[in-house]
Design a protein around this ligand. Structure first.
Ligand code: DHB
Ligand code: FE
Length: 280
């Protein structure tokens, strides 16, 4: 049976893609950010997952305001980056796992999560930046991916409680897959940021650090926030925390934090990283 080896969270700021392309790992602005990731990659070398289920939000690339699914899952053989993000050079496509995708879709729909199913899906920085941070040489590896997209762009945005339940259902769906796969679940985005309007540049370090602690020890405490609470406390784009909650919902074993980092600001955002073990 498939097993969830753990969860990863990271912010997915598009400027990171530019910094990776420019190999700015030692640049004084970027170094404190990039220096946190080798420890996450050490953990990945230890647990060696076969598949990454990547919970992220599309930012107007694959879905635009005319058609905005609340939840959508990829079921393609590969996923190409079509983000305009910072003019980065073309990067290699990401491998899919259509068989696993269809199994997850089937289970999630039976579990009352009515996903949009995408047999073709372009991915943006919400997906590509975390994949590049965790698997810099992903193109040469066997790591396969299943994108799970959550609307954070157009209101109504699903509540933290709903996303946590989605994660619970996702966890059950993964663990009912008959193949002996090792799966890691990623939640990307956040932490606090607001990109436009009167509060552009708003960051709430105290709230971010509280979320990074609670997501490990007491994630249900975070499910009591409304989306408007998150906008107020973490900025208009701070709602991206809901992907972290969906990831955490999928971890139903004994969860321990293996590594964490918080650094501000990267671009306009409080950038958080967590590595969580999920023991049976
Ligand atoms: C930034 C952060 C995001 O999450 C995003 O999607 C776009 C931009 C930023 O901080 O610049
Ligand atoms: Fe974003």
């Amino acid at each position: 049976m498939a097993r969830i080896v753990g969860g990863l969270t990271t912010s997915h700021i598009p400027a990171i893609g530019g910094a990776i392309a420019g190999k700015m790992f030692e640049d004084p602005y970027w170094k404190p950010f990039f220096d946190a990731y080798p420890k996450a990659r050490e953990w990945l070398d230890e647990v060696r997952p076969d598949v990454a289920v990547v919970i992220y939000n599309d930012h107007g690339l694959n879905f635009f305001l005319d058609k905005m699914p609340t939840f959508a899952m990829g079921a393609a053989a590969e996923y190409r980056n079509e983000d305009e993000g910072w003019g980065i050079p073309t990067i290699a496509p990401f491998k899919g796992d259509p068989r696993l995708s269809w199994h997850l879709i089937d289970r999630l729909v039976k579990d009352e999560f009515d996903l949009v199913t995408c047999q073709e899906m372009a991915v943006d920085h919400g997906f590509t930046v975390p994949m590049q941070l965790f698997w810099p040489n992903y193109a040469e590896l066997d790591i396969r991916t299943v994108p799970l997209c959550v609307n954070t762009v157009q209101h109504p945005v699903p509540t933290p409680a709903r996303c946590f339940k989605l994660g619970r259902a996702l966890g059950r769906a993964i663990e009912s897959y008959p193949e002996d796969l090792k799966v890691v679940v990623l939640g990307t985005g956040g932490l606090s940021h607001q990109l436009d309007g009167q509060r552009a540049g708003f960051i709430n370090k105290e709230f971010d650090l509280m979320c990074m602690e609670k997501i490990v020890s007491d994630p249900e405490a975070l499910t009591h926030y409304s989306i408007h609470d998150l906008v107020r406390l973490a900025g208009a784009q701070g709602t991206e925390l809901i992907m972290w909650l969906a990831m955490r919902g999928a971890l139903t074993g004994t969860v321990t934090k293996r590594h964490g980092n918080y650094h501000i600001p990267i671009s306009n955002t409080g950038a958080g990283l967590l590595v969580l073990d999920n023991a049976a």
